[in-house]
Design a binder for this molecule. Structure first.
Ligand SMILES: [Mn+2]
Length: 352
């Protein structure tokens, strides 16, 4: 069944209107397998209307089959055009800026006629089909190449920015459509900033280096982190690294269909807590990956998600000790009927 029909079916089940105005770019990509549209109007019956600015119109018109592609004039907004298609009745909306919300509620005959259905699409996007998993697998293979490049390139004297450039170049050459997110290369004390972006810091001997990168294939993303040592690790660095590695392994073993996402978080978190490092694990264990690098399900202590076959999630425990160092190990993992399978496969650094 195509995704638009899936969405309609899900809306019927939840008693939501089966006419939709879709604005969120990732949702548009999910429903059309394309990018560049300003929005969609999905009527109860008949062709979906795809609104495109003049910049993207010709491309979409020739590439996208099964949609009525409508051109927006210069300066014309999608919501101006949408007026022609909707009347004062209930409509499902995924998300839109507050100004547009006010406008759309007037056209639709009142705020009570707008039904927010972003969750509905998030729920659909949580379970990847074969085509989506294939794209993510490819994106993971390319991310593995990026990690391999990092491993071969890291040395004392190189800046974090230069390392990021080498890694991103390798992924581009291997077919990535771009970076899945701003690459994080953090060395030495900077490793203690979990989301520290690559800076001008020079990598030095004795530094742990965290490399967190991702690729994009057919709009789908991957996410991987490896932590390396330049030279020889100290006992303290080794202890932290081995703790994170074990937490990563225990969480991976917990990933199965019908298991609650918070149990998976706990499986990793308790290893770090038992090692006395709990206060330094300052983020969730993982997140869904797909058209966006952070999507559902969420693997956190208070998640309500239950894992199911076709979820693609990260397993990424970390320990960050301010002023000293940080370690994170991350894989992108797909939930299968027998358990789970790692889609990123780059070897883990050995610190001994
Ligand atoms: Mn991640």
């Amino acid at each position: 069944m195509n995704r638009i029909n899936k969405l309609k079916q899900a809306a019927v089940k939840q008693n939501k209107p089966i006419r939709f105005a879709i604005f969120n770019p990732a949702n548009i990509t999910y429903l059309t397998n394309s990018t560049g549209a300003a929005g969609l109007f999905i009527p109860g019956e008949g062709e979906t209307i795809l609104f495109a600015s003049a910049v993207n119109y010709e491309y979409l018109k020739s590439e996208i089959k099964g949609f009525d592609v409508q051109r927006l004039k210069l300066g014309e907004k999608m919501i101006d055009k949408l007026k022609q298609y909707i009347s004062a009745e209930k409509i499902s909306v995924d998300s839109l800026p507050i100004e547009s919300w006010r406008w759309l509620s007037q056209v639709a005959g009142g705020e009570e006629n707008l039904e927010l259905i972003n969750n509905l699409i998030c729920e659909l996007r949580k379970v990847k089909d074969e085509q989506e998993i294939m794209a993510i697998k490819e994106a993971c293979k390319i991310a593995d190449i990026g990690i391999q490049t990092a491993q071969e390139t890291i040395q004392a004297g190189l800046s974090e920015k230069d390392l990021a450039a080498e890694v991103e170049y390798a992924m581009r050459k291997a077919g990535s459509e771009g970076v899945a997110f701003e690459s994080i290369i953090a060395s030495g004390v900077c490793c203690a900033f979990p989301h520290g972006a690559s800076m001008n810091k020079i990598i030095s001997k004795g530094d742990l280096v965290t490399v967190d990168i991702g690729a994009i294939v057919n709009f789908y993303r991957s996410d991987i982190t490896r932590t390396f040592i330049v030279g020889k690790a100290t006992d303290k660095q080794k202890k932290i690294y081995e703790t994170v590695k074990l937490a990563h392994q225990k969480a991976y073993e917990a990933i199965k269909p019908q298991v609650s996402a918070k149990e998976v978080d706990y499986a990793g978190r308790q290893v770090i807590e038992k090692a006395g490092l709990g206060e330094f694990f300052v983020h969730n264990l993982g997140h869904g990956v797909g058209l966006e690098v952070h999507e559902y399900p969420v693997l956190s202590p208070n998640s309500r998600d239950i894992l199911e076959v076709g979820n693609v999630v990260t397993d990424e425990p970390g320990v960050y000790i301010p002023g000293f160092c940080g370690v994170r190990i991350e894989d992108t993992v797909v939930v299968t009927k027998d358990g789970a399978e790692k889609l990123t496969k780059a070897p883990y650094a050995s610190l001994s």
